[in-house]
Design a protein around this ligand. Structure first.
Ligand code: UD1
Ligand code: UDP
Length: 380
């Protein structure tokens, strides 16, 4: 048996790794173990509950207002003990968080082979997104297996000289969506059942990135408030990340308006169904940039750059930046100009076909000699 340990710590990693942990558990030649660092606590537990996943190890590291150094050192020390006990043959990490980087580094020290899920995303700007760009770049060097969602991700790795152990799989987030989105879904958050999604302009908002802390976030939030004040048909729904920095900014700029709904984070089923029902999405999130296009919803990306150019190329996402005027005017255009809206509101799936987990499991089996051929590549 090949012992594969999936390690993750935050909400988006959990959403994208949960279906993979389950797929691996269904393979005869693989023993699938799951270790959470709990870099996030409540937001992670909510995902574990929805996907009915019980971790074998839980480092429980989260602290309020944690720093990058605390996360990294606590993960490194905690994982040393976990590896000594479980002795995995392969460690799987996901994406670009501090958990991702620390777990890959801990595995190097093991030494244990590393597989990187969601490999090859780049902006080539060291500080944007921060610290994610360097996390994923460094993990690219540490990893033995690289599971790229798209061809352009694979091309990024090729440019860096990484050509061995690279598989084109699609993104596992699309696999996750196959179980969450339902036309008859009932929200447990009361407001979300009461909103008039067809009569009103419901805009879904999220904003949490570290490089947006401070002035960019203030600009974004002023633009959001102006949208609600300018357009009486607009209802802004903003599930606010639990980071105290983000909650303070949202409270300061957006509270006290009857059509700006600041709510707690919603679980992933609610989120996916909310995307499916809203008019469009304004976000700095990575995951939402993948999910909204799959559900035919325009996305305004409130960042200076994106490592996910595919949806921009397909015309369903626009890079809005973080300047108040531009964020406001791009959203205003989607509200006022039906043709502009219709051009963006086309369901495209550049990120996956729902079979990424199967391909990753096949690739792992191939790497360990349990299968004679690599999986067929993902084609959008
Ligand atoms: C982290 C990732 C980021 C990812 C994001 C997803 C890093 C450096 N950043 O950023 O790449 O996009 O997760 O959401 O890895 N908190 C809670 N409860 C929770 C989660 C967070 O209270 O369940 C609060 C804590 O005070 C914590 C703070 O939020 O200290 C920040 O969490 P942290 O994981 O450090 O950063 P994120 O901004 O969430
Ligand atoms: N998400 C969620 N509830 C929320 C906000 C986001 O379930 O209240 C989901 C979202 O659908 C996506 C993931 O969390 O799958 C994205 O997480 P986040 O934006 O925190 O991180 P990023 O993707 O930017 O790293």
């Amino acid at each position: 048996m090949i012992r594969v340990m999936s390690i993750f710590g935050t909400r988006p990693e959990a959403i994208k790794m949960a279906p993979l942990v389950k797929t691996l558990a269904g393979r005869e030649g693989i023993e699938s173990l799951c270790c959470v660092t709990a870099q996030h606590r409540q937001m992670l537990d909510s995902v574990l509950e929805i996907f009915q996943l019980t971790p074998d190890f839980d480092l429980n590291i989260m602290e309020p207002r944690q720093t990058l150094s605390t996360i990294t050192t606590k993960c490194l020390l905690g994982l040393e003990g976990v590896f000594a006990q479980a002795r995995p043959d392969l460690v799987l990490v996901h994406g670009d968080t501090s958990t991702t980087f620390s777990a890959a580094l801990a595995a190097l020290y093991g030494p244990i082979a590393v597989g990187h899920v969601e490999a090859g995303l780049r902006t080539y700007d060291k500080y944007s997104p921060f610290p994610e760009e360097m996390n994923r770049t460094l993990v690219g060097d540490l990893a033995d297996l690289h599971f790229c969602p798209t061809e352009s991700n694979r091309e990024n790795l090729r440019r860096e000289g990484i050509t061995r152990g690279v598989f084109l799989t699609g993104n596992t987030v699309i696999d996750a969506m196959s179980t969450t989105v339902r036309p008859d879904f009932r929200f447990s958050t009361k407001l979300l059942n009461e909103l008039d999604y067809t009569g009103r302009t419901v805009i879904l908002v999220t904003c949490h990135r570290r490089e947006n802390y401070g002035e960019p976030m203030a600009h974004i939030m002023k633009a959001l408030r102006r949208l609600a004040e300018t357009y009486p048909q607009v209802e802004l729904v903003y599930p606010v990340h639990l980071s105290p920095v983000v909650r303070e900014a949202a409270g300061k700029y957006l509270s006290g308006h009857d059509r700006i709904h600041l709510i707690d984070p919603v679980d992933v089923e609610e989120m996916h169904n909310l995307i499916a029902r809203c008019r469009f999405v304004m976000t700095d999130s990575g995951g939402l940039q993948e999910e909204a296009p799959a559900l035919g919803k325009p996305v305004l990306v409130m960042r200076r750059e994106t490592e996910r150019p595919e949806a921009v190329a397909a015309g369903t996402a626009q890079l809005a930046g973080t300047e108040e005027e531009r964020v406001f005017s791009l959203a205003a255009q989607l509200i006022e100009d039906k043709d502009a809206y219709d051009r963006m509101a086309r369901a495209v799936n550049p990120y996956g076909d729902g079979r990424a987990c199967e391909r990753i499991a096949d690739a792992i089996e191939y790497h360990f000699g349990l299968r004679s051929a690599p999986p067929a590549e993902f084609r959008p």
